[in-house]
Design a protein around this ligand. Structure first.
Ligand SMILES: [Fe+2]
Ligand SMILES: [Fe+2]
Length: 258
């Protein structure tokens, strides 16, 4: 809109007499997450639920049948721990960090139904499991949104737990995830995972950075190959880090690439 001339020292206004600030749409009010009422259900209780144990074991087994890397209790536990650490170190309330840990544990459970849309099926199936444990609707809502948004095809960081799960999930690249024993039969995912000897997500709360530190054996896979399959994941990590008001960085073999 055209601005009316302003007298020296006066703030310019539009023809309706509004300052530039007054013409801006208001900041959307941040709806507080509905978790004031805590059920107190812990990640340990979630891990011990029979249905959850069964479905994660099946998800890992069925993904193995179609040639995917490890997606079982190791991956679930690691993503759960990393999600918790991200939220705790960035000073989110304890309950938010615990919900992040629970979402991280459950995020890949839907793979036992099908790899396709596993984030959505996983969220839908987790509803009954979490209700059965006695969690509140508010807590379940936060967790299901985090599970349903963790894959790059359809996902967006929509709450802190979900943003933490995205970064934690994409950080789990390591040779221990490769099932194929015959290196000649490795696909690019196997090769890149196998080449990663060490991975660690460093959370620097003061600098507001989340840095994925990788040690890659470049004899086995080049850094370019890593980026070939991880580029879309890294874009998603950057968006998730921004949701947490952090910058996402990658350090490979001691050199900062992002
Ligand atoms: Fe997934
Ligand atoms: Fe995952």
């Amino acid at each position: 809109m055209r601005e009316a001339a302003a007298a020296p020292g006066e703030e310019p206004v539009d023809p309706l007499g509004r300052t530039v600030k007054e013409t801006q749409p208001p900041e959307p009010a941040k709806t507080p997450e509905p978790i004031e009422e805590s059920s107190g259900i812990s990640v340990k209780e979630v891990q011990e639920h029979e249905g959850i144990r069964t479905f994660i074991a099946l998800a890992d087994r069925y993904l193995g049948e179609i040639g995917y890397t490890e997606h079982g209790f190791r991956h679930a536990g690691l993503v759960s721990n990393i999600s918790f650490n991200i939220l705790k170190r960035l000073d989110f309330p304890d309950r938010v960090a615990e919900l992040g840990a629970i979402a991280g544990y459950l995020h890949d459970l839907g793979n036992f139904v099908s790899r396709t849309m596993h984030s959505q099926t996983g969220a839908a199936i987790s509803y009954d499991l979490l209700k059965d444990l006695g969690m509140t609707y508010g807590e379940i809502g936060v967790i299901l949104a985090a599970i349903g948004n963790h894959e790059e095809e359809f996902g967006h960081p929509v709450n802190p737990a979900g943003a933490a799960v995205i970064v934690a999930d994409k950080s789990d690249v390591h040779r221990s995830r490769v099932r194929e024993k015959d290196m000649a039969a490795f696909d690019i995912h196997d090769r890149v995972n196998h080449a990663v000897e060490h991975s660690f997500l460093r959370v620097d709360a003061e600098a507001r950075t989340l840095t994925l530190e990788l040690a890659i054996d470049t004899e086995l896979a080049g850094v370019m190959e890593y980026f070939e399959i991880f580029l879309s994941r890294m874009v998603m990590c950057r968006r998730a880090a921004e949701f947490l008001e952090c910058k996402f960085k990658i350090d490979i073999n001691g050199s900062q690439l992002l």
